[in-house]
Design a binder for this molecule. Structure first.
Ligand SMILES: Nc1ncnc2c1ncn2[C@@H]1O[C@H](COP(=O)(O)OP(=O)(O)OP(=O)(O)O)[C@@H](O)[C@H]1O
Length: 639
């Protein structure tokens, strides 16, 4: 069966938008340096849809990452030019849209919300009004056939949501709400059924044409139909360039070097031709030699001027090429092709391209705060879990320590009650917040790499979004246990207790943030967190008496939020209380002050304890901010 690869595009080949020459990429391995990319040169133009193909391990993703300026580690050699000029990382990353293989989006948001937030963050308010941004979102939704799922959740992690193909299109849409110059997609069709995959490629092609956008994508075994959509092919094997040029001329090129197509699907033919056979050492050696010969043929072909079979019907890159055409049929019809033009294009003068200006800080903060608040609100398991924990706390603490009296037993009960309440104010906050921060970190990395917002606005918005979930449920918890346990009914003491609790929750959120940013590994954090917390609780002043603690470790209480908070709760509640003594009880506390003093918790006045706790919190937020900046800093290698 004959299959036609039809490229009817009329691409204006002027200045390549991206050109690269002699790209080599080395990584360090245990066996020494390993070259992943070998002398790759080429260029791409506005309006082109480019497929990067090759078998598994050929180096497709690596090449894509090197071109997109997203490679981490290793050494990159060679030259990459954007519009003929050296790339400015800051500008380039804002003019390049990178759609990663994993669709990193918040499952709790709807399609419409995801695209709107992206438009709000990426389109500068100085140039676009709110109406313009919404219009842009509508237009992207129309172009990507997403209008019907506007109010459907993205889903994922067990939650129902849009289909895989729709999710991929949303992922592309979040990048296309701006006007990038280059769209890069890493395996956008993987995991999709054939019709969804074809739709993604088709729509991408339409967008490239409509917007004069250069689109590069790595793709695994596209169908023959899909192959027709691509303008250009970059074929790799073992990190070597086997072919780069118009898709329409790939088959004639291989025929011209003695490899006529034997497969109705050109993609299968290209992969079969370049796959390394690992079935035996001999087979591997032979196929490696074969790949080396193919790479050398292409180098010679380029060096000799890149003569290709002239496309039939007198067309150029937009010609119709028959995949199974014999080489004899076209051999007499050679001309200089675009393959050669592509690689010998002279660099043009420096073109200064200005990326869109950034949004102002307040706008970023407000948009991120709205998004984070929605995320927190829609995290139902977290909200319900928090409410349940607060109810359980009210019931247990309130009824175990119900209506405390003024005898000696009530001294112990008050001490225990305040200690437990201090702990209860932190546990329900710390662990869920760590989880929420860590699960959103890959999206933070993606948005940071694209320079979508400043770290300070992200950090403040994230922190503020946690305050209501920390403060509101505990406000009710405090009121509940206060009256059930009958702490001292005194307005000043009531509000001082509130202030102390809020300071502790504030510090706990900072503590959670710092822990969540400590490492990328969630499992490590969930080992460190309980150990740290339980050891800090040791220094609260209830389980150990500071007077008897090993002197060299006593300083720990000064960095312990539980110590300040417990000390303030104890002084606040016990201050002014009088207790009755039984005649037969030799150990008897007559005043609350005696109790506090016996626990060594009267070292600092209440006000100072609250202020120090707040300062500790500010210190933890500062540490968390620095860790966030450090963690989220893209460490890409630029050439
Ligand atoms: N940092 C690295 N350290 C060691 N080896 C690496 C590194 N990056 C890539 N490689 C190796 O380079 C080769 C090319 O990897 P790459 O991910 O680019 O291939 P690919 O063509 O995208 O493969 P696939 O289609 O399977 O995703 C692979 O053999 C891979 O193991």
């Amino acid at each position: 069966m004959l299959v036609q690869i039809d490229n009817t595009a009329d691409i204006q080949h002027s200045t390549p938008i991206l050109s690269w020459s002699d790209l080599n990429y080395d990584v360090k391995t245990k066996q020494g340096a390993r070259r992943i990319l070998h002398d790759i040169s080429g260029n791409v133009y506005n309006g082109e849809l480019v497929a990067i193909m090759g078998s598994s391990g050929a180096g497709k993703t690596t090449l894509l990452n090197v071109l997109a300026g997203r490679v981490q580690g290793g050494r990159v050699y060679g030259d990459i030019k954007f519009h003929g000029a050296k790339r400015n990382p800051h500008n380039f990353k804002r003019m390049l849209a990178f759609v990663e293989q994993d669709d990193l989006m918040f499952p709790q948001l709807t399609v419409g919300e995801t695209l709107t937030v992206s438009a709000e963050l990426r389109l500068p308010s100085s140039k676009y009004t709110k109406a313009d941004k919404l219009e842009r979102v509508e237009s992207v939704m129309r172009q990507l056939r997403l209008t019907h799922v506007r109010d459907t959740g993205i889903g994922g992690h067990g939650a129902r949501g849009v289909s895989g193909g729709e999710r991929k299109r949303v992922s592309i849409g979040t990048e296309l709400v701006t006007d990038p110059s280059i769209l890069v997609l890493d395996e956008p069709t993987s995991g999709l059924d054939s019709s969804s995959a074809e739709m993604v490629v088709s729509l991408t092609k339409d967008m490239s044409r409509e917007r004069n956008l250069c689109t590069l994508m790595t793709i695994h075994q596209p169908s023959a139909e899909m192959m027709k959509k691509f303008d250009k092919l970059i074929l790799l094997s073992q990190g070597k360039l086997i072919y780069m040029g118009p898709m329409s001329q790939a088959i004639p090129y291989f025929e011209s070097i003695g490899y006529p197509s034997t497969n109705p699907n050109p993609a299968n033919f290209f992969i079969d031709l370049t796959t390394i056979d690992f079935s035996s050492d001999k087979a591997m050696q032979e196929s490696e030699q074969h790949v080396q010969a193919l790479a050398e043929s292409f180098t010679k072909f380029r060096e000799s001027g890149g003569l290709l079979p002239k496309p039939p019907f007198g067309a150029s890159s937009g010609s119709i090429i028959t995949a199974g055409l014999s080489s004899n049929a076209v051999a007499s019809n050679y001309s200089k092709s675009e393959v050669n033009n592509d690689i010998t294009q002279n660099e043009v003068d420096l073109v200064l391209l200005e990326p869109p200006p950034m949004n102002n800080w307040m706008h970023e903060l407000w948009t991120l705060l709205k998004r984070d608040t929605i995320l927190v609100k829609r995290n139902r398991s977290f909200t319900l879990g928090l409410i349940a924990q607060c109810l359980v706390t009210i019931i247990f603490l309130g009824f175990v320590f119900f209506q405390l009296k003024h005898d000696q037993a009530s001294v112990q009960n008050r001490v225990g009650f305040l200690f437990m309440f201090t702990n209860f104010c932190t546990f329900p906050v710390i662990f869920p917040i760590i989880t929420m921060i860590m699960t959103g970190r890959s999206i933070l990395m993606r948005e940071r790499s694209a320079g979508v917002y400043r770290m300070s606005s992200y950090f403040l918005a994230k922190s503020l979004s946690f305050f209501p979930i920390g403060f509101v449920p505990f406000t009710f918890t405090y009121i509940g246990v206060y009256f059930l346990s009958h702490l001292q009914y005194d307005a000043a003491k009531f509000f001082i207790g509130f202030a102390n609790m809020y300071a502790l929750i504030f510090t706990s959120i900072g503590f959670s943030f710092a822990l969540a940013m400590f490492t990328h590994d969630m499992e490590v954090v969930f080992i460190i967190a309980p150990i740290t917390i339980s050891n800090l609780i040791l220094f609260a002043g209830n389980l150990s008496n500071f007077g008897a603690v090993t002197p060299v470790l006593r300083w720990i209480k000064y960095i312990c939020m539980y110590y300040y908070s417990y000390s303030a709760f104890m002084q606040n509640e016990f201050g002014g209380l009088k207790f009755t003594c039984d005649a037969d009880n030799a150990m008897c506390y007559r005043t609350g002050e005696e109790v506090v003093s016996s626990y060594n918790l009267d070292e600092l006045p209440i006000g100072l304890c609250i202020v120090i706790n707040l300062c500790l919190g500010i210190g933890l937020y500062t540490l968390a901010y620095m860790l966030t900046r450090w963690m989220a800093k893209p460490r890409y290698i630029w050439i």
